[in-house]
Every structure is written in C-alpha cells, then in structure tokens.
Design a binder for this molecule. Structure first.
Ligand SMILES: Nc1nc(=O)c2c([nH]1)NC[C@@H]1CN(c3ccc(C(=O)N[C@@H](CCC(=O)O)C(=O)O)cc3)C=[N+]21
Length: 286
C-alpha cells in the first residue's frame, strides 16, 4: 500500500527545532528577523505572505512585511532592498514572486545581499550550491531533500528523474541530489518519451505545473514520488481546489507519494524559517 507522506507533520517537527534555535539565539541577544516584500495585490501572493508571517510568529522569528503598490518602480524596490541589506536587525530578505511585469525580477534579486538571501536565488548562492560550497539553499528544494531523508535515507546511486527545469525547483534540487550522489536526469517540456524515462526512476520529483501530469503507468512499482505542483483547478460544481502534478489516485503501486496540499508546501515554509535562523546564526560568527 502506498505511503501518503505527512508533510505537515514533518514541517512541524522541523519548525520545533527551529524554535529551539531561535530561543538559543535570543538568549545570546540576537532576535532573528525576516523581511517579506510584496509588490502588488495578487491574492495568491497575499495568502502566501500571510502564511509566512504567521509561521514566523509561531517559532519566535520577528517578521516585517513591506506591501508596496503594483505601480512601484524597480528603482524604489531596489532602494528598499538596499535599506534592508544595510539594516543589521534584519537577517533574511524575501521578495515574493512573481513581481509585476514592469519590474525585472532578476535585476531585483541580484541586489539582495547574498548572506540575507533566504530564498537562495542570488547568483552567489546559486554558484555555491552548484559547487557544493555552502550558502543559502532554496526553500522548496531543501524541503524536498528533508522529505527524501525521512522516506528514503541514503540516495547514493538512486535513479532520480526531475521533471521541470526551473531555477526555483528543478535545477537546484538536481544539484542537491547530485551532491548526494544520486543519478539525476532532468527533464522538461521538450523531453521525448518522458513516460519511459520516468518509469526507470526510483524517485520522481515533479515540478511542472501541470495537473495530473504524472500518471500511474509512468511510475515503477515501489518508486517514491515527490509532487511539487500547485495547480488551482475548478471542479464541475464550481468549487476551486488545489491539485498537484501527480495523479495521486493512480499511485497505489508506488512506495510513497507526497500529497498536495500537505506535502512539499508546508516543508517550503519550514525551510524558509530555518534559513532565516541560519542567516541570523552566521551574523554571530562575524
Ligand atoms: N520569493 C518567493 N519565495 C517562495 O518560496 C515563493 C514565492 N516567492 N512565490 C510563490 C511560491 C509558492 N510558495 C509556496 C509555499 C508554501 C505553500 C504551502 O504551504 N502550501 C500548502 C497549502 C496550499 C494551499 O491550500 O494554498 C500545502 O501545499 O499544503 C505553497 C506555495 C512559495 N513561493
């Protein structure tokens, strides 16, 4: 019988440890703090930001939220980031994506001080990840690795197929998997015979943004499937709900599947909190 992984429970466990780290830092006079920057009023982004701020509070991380109007100029946004970079009471900076189309997201993310870049999107942290030399690691890939630690353990020589080549999930998770000596195949929209490639995998990580893309016949008996998709779909009765990239009801022969919601999502936020503490810790080491 397939094991449906409880990402919420694992995230709670991780956040309990983060809360202890926060308490330890506070006793040393460092109060970990995260700045969340939101531009515009996309309802989904507002929900995510609210959730991040609420989870910060639960573990004792101070958070400050900057909500800027959609018309904000790139120069004004960069000025805010520079101010946060220079503020020693702020340890982590997160600019919620997507940004309005009038703003060049890459240029903005490049201005975040790498040591405060809790998303791990700055080129310095991307380079550090790809050379395995430390730095802050993107939250969703980090959460995926923690899920795999609890489900699989040793990844050496495991065949992993990553579906999706984004800078936020596909590429960084491939780097983390390589660091653990898995055999990694990164596939994407142009990949041919994707079902055949997927069927060879011991582990499938899918971040494609396509509802129910991964069908039962794509998955080898006993494989582990990590579903990173978040797709808003509307049921015939008009009700909106969130589904992943995996046809979960066809996974009876898999060893384990992460659900959506309740799988990777909560781990992403738990890793944002642990990254913020890691960034705050680094300041205590000069
Ligand atoms: N700079 C930046 N960093 C991000 O990390 C970032 C971002 N921008 N923009 C948007 C995406 C999306 N994201 C999610 C985090 C948690 C859940 C999450 O906790 N989901 C729950 C609830 C899902 C629901 O019901 O909405 C779950 O899967 O169980 C989802 C999505 C972070 N993102």
């Amino acid at each position: 019988m397939v094991d449906l992984i409880d990402g919420r429970a694992l995230a709670r466990h991780l956040s309990d440890r983060t809360a202890e780290d926060v308490a330890r830092l506070r006793a040393k006079g460092v109060a970990p703090a995260l700045a969340v920057v939101l531009v515009g009023n996309d309802p989904a982004s507002q929900v995510y930001v609210r959730r991040k701020v609420a989870e910060c509070a639960k573990v004792g991380i101070r958070s400050c939220e900057a909500a800027l109007p959609r018309e904000t100029s790139e120069a004004d946004l960069v000025a805010l980031i520079e101010a946060l970079n220079a503020d020693p009471s702020i340890h982590g900076i997160l600019v919620q994506l997507p940004l309005p189309p009038t703003i060049d997201a890459t240029r903005v993310l490049d201005r975040i001080a790498p040591e405060k870049d809790v998303d791990g999107f700055h080129p310095v942290n991307v380079g550090r990840l790809s050379t395995g030399t430390g730095g802050l690691v993107p939250c969703t890939p980090l959460g995926i690795m923690k899920l795999l630690d609890s489900i699989v353990g040793d990844l050496r020589g495991r065949d992993v197929v990553v579906i999706g080549k984004s800078n936020i999930v596909g590429k960084p998770v491939a780097m983390l998997l390589l660091e653990r000596e898995a055999t990694v195949t990164v596939t994407h929209i142009e990949t041919q015979n994707l079902p055949d490639i997927a069927r060879r995998a011991d582990i499938i990580v899918v971040a494609a943004g396509s509802p129910h893309l991964v069908r039962g016949f794509w998955v080898k008996e006993g494989a582990v499937v990590i579903d990173v998709g978040i797709n808003r779909v509307t049921d015939p009765d008009g009700r909106a709900r969130i589904v992943g990239d995996v046809a979960t009801h066809e996974m009876g022969h898999a060893r384990a599947v992460t659900p959506v919601p309740g799988g990777v999502g909560p781990m992403t936020i738990a890793c944002l909190l642990s990254n913020t503490v890691a960034a705050a810790e680094r300041t205590t080491r000069g």
